[in-house]
Design a protein around this ligand. Sequence first.
Ligand SMILES: *Cc1c(COP(=O)(O)O)cnc(C)c1O
Length: 350
Amino acid sequence: MKSGVLARYRDFLPITERTPLITLNEGDTPLIRAERLSEAWGVPHLYFKFEGANPTGSFKDRGMVMAVANALENGARAVICASTGNTSAAAAAYAARTGLDAIVVVPGGKIALGKLAQALIYGAKVLAVNGSFDDALRLVRALHEQYDVALVNSINPYRIEGQTTAAYEIVDVLGDAPDVVCLPVGNAGNITAYWEGFKRYHEAQRATQLPRMFGFQAAGAAPIVHGKVVEQPETVATAIRIGNPASWRRAVQARDESGGRIEAVTDEEILAAQRLLAAYEGIFCEPASAASVAGLRRALDEGWLTGQERIVCVLTGHGLKDPDTAIANSGAVIPIEATLDDAVRALGWQ
Ligand SMILES: *Cc1c(COP(=O)(O)O)cnc(C)c1O
């Protein structure tokens, strides 16, 4: 199999003879069948699309490889983006890979540790603004308009194009589209891309059906659910802490065309789902990703789904991205002396 999403899915992507087929072997991420969670929840046909297995640990690599390839095709020497973290990691990695400069603008103090480490070690210039993601995006747009630097935020249409490849992979593995796809919604580019991808594959007769798209926002950052901009979005799931989604309109379109829903889940539900996935399935995803599973739980409780559907939950990013939240969300370590007595007592075996 060809490596990387550009080579593998070039017929479905905006690729010309001049587009460099760059890659870090992104994509081809595992579609993991649920075991113990299926049992516990009575959901026999549940799968996790584990996007944390991408080279920089999130699905952002799919869109970034396409956007950077396009920037190179157009002679760019630098790329710039605003980011809650994962976009900056992906931009910095693909820029490093292809010899471009990368500039990333992040909301100060609100970026998960792993993501910041990535942007820095890949050699990007990292600017932390005193403000929100939306402030960072405004600034980046202004820099892009006045200086010669390619914008690789999700408002860049090539990002969404690259992200359609996740939908193709799901169909290629399952042999058809699933009945339902659950995923977190922040800037809403991903739900837009999945829906576009499923429609394209359906038109090309690679799939006989289309899934219903179920998107989940965090309760403190749920502009689409409430139909209005959230000035001060708040949630532990930093990757979806977005108050004014760039792809708002197209996400609503994906919801309505597919007969799906966009709903909110609380931080407590998100953290419970993150723990459950790790402890029941051995899958460690970041909090934003767990919103898809928290959302599935809610959909079952509310009767939006029966549980008999073939369901794919998209786990958008790796848990190691945000070690601080994971540690705060789990049990404490037990300090002991290095003696059998102490160990046995600590384990409660005595
Ligand atoms: C970017 C991101 C999201 C949100 O995706 P959108 O396309 O902005 O809706 C969710 N989870 C993770 C891990 C992300 O990096």
